[in-house]
Design a protein around this ligand. Structure first.
Ligand code: MG
Length: 124
């Protein structure tokens, strides 16, 4: 079973997305701040992070930079506002594997998750 960490300051999004990913068979957790993300990543490993860029105080770029510094190599899909191309480019430079625009479309999100995790059709 693959594990996914959702990092987003929107707790409604976190819990809805967690339910959906659990239903699809992913071991899923969420945190609502950059500091909590780094804290949990130092305690356990995940296969994939879904990372919101816009969070109050420390943002998604901070998480990407801190992961680099700490040599945490978990794959990352960035969640960014629609048409925010520059943010997508900047996050790719910091090591993000892919990005999804918000508000997200669940089918598109799942396709991207499976692509980044390199899953076959019958696995999760
Ligand atoms: Mg946000």
């Amino acid at each position: 079973m693959h594990s996914i960490l959702i990092v987003d300051d929107d707790l409604n999004l976190c819990s809805a997305l967690k339910e959906e990913l659990i239903e699809l068979g992913f071991d899923t957790e969420y945190v609502n701040s950059a500091d909590k993300a780094i804290e949990i990543l130092e305690q356990r490993s995940f296969d994939l992070i879904l990372l919101d860029l816009k969070m109050p105080e420390k943002d998604g770029f901070y998480v990407l930079k801190t992961m680099k510094e700490k040599d945490i190599n978990t794959k990352v899909i960035v969640l960014t506002a629609y048409a925010d191309v520059q943010s997508a480019i900047d996050s790719a430079k910091l090591g993000a594997n892919d990005f999804i625009s918000k508000p997200y479309d669940l089918d598109e999100l799942i396709i991207t998750v499976r692509k980044v995790l390199q899953l076959e059709d019958n696995e999760n």
